[in-house]
Design a protein around this ligand. Sequence first.
Ligand code: ATP
Ligand code: ZN
Length: 285
Amino acid sequence: MSNLKVAIQKSGRLSEDSLRLFKECGIKFNNGAKKLKAQSSNFPIEFLFLRDDDIPGYVEDGIADIGIVGQNVHEEYQKQIEVVKHLGFSRCRLSLAVPREEKYSDISFFEGKNIATSYPNILKKFLDTKGITAEIHQISGSVEIAPGIGLAEGICDIVSSGSTLLSNGLKEVETVMKSEAVMVADSKLSDEKRVLLNQLIFRINSVLEGKNNKYVLLNAPNDSLDKIISLLPGMRSPTVLPLAQEGWSSIHSVINEDDFWENIEKLREAGAEGILVVPIEKMIK
Ligand code: ATP
Ligand code: ZN
């Protein structure tokens, strides 16, 4: 059987989480330092370690079958490839920033100005939708120093906490796009490779679902069971087991991470006690 070839960033902000994801999917491989390739010992997958900017092109050309990149890189390179899965890590945004001392009221600030960025296509599209014409200077790194050296009046760059902007005397003024890591795939994959990709996505879904949910065990008096069951619908319905103590039950269920604290409060109000919350490694609905 031919291998599914997966392109992953060689070293950078996507690398560690990308590799962890495959490990959590039970895919074993040995990625020794400075290797360009690695072969899994228990799944027909081969890893190619590349610069993230090269990944969309390699996937389009079929050198790699799938890859992991930020949505920002995917959109910038505009290759004919498909996004097959949002992965939830490397969340960041692409933003416009200007020197802190500038008076900024709205996007018209940028009319006729020079803006430095590594994302000229995304920026151009954004400015077009806002009806702004600006001079876009493409530079490949250290964009944040451009205003300081007189190259541009503003920049468009990746921001997560904003600390890099701050330390370069800049302030964020507009969000151009939000980004997270995505899995992209060659749209011309063979049927055989599609099968492998679907198996991989099934595993990824079960890992991501597990992370988004918690297993909850609690004790409650029997007269509050109905209320508690309505708060904990679980996957199909919760498990209810009698406790040795008369009139009490133990309830086991699954709750979503997003609703966690609110739900716990409501459960306590409904009479639940002895609440245990346990991480879930994999979840298959
Ligand atoms: P390469 O050498 O592979 O070209 P790079 O310097 O272009 O690497 P990184 O800085 O490693 O890229 O970022 C890779 C991706 O991670 C970015 O395209 C973006 O999607 C995401 N990213 C960048 N900065 C952050 C951040 N501060 N927080 C979260 N995600 C980020
Ligand atoms: Zn890059």
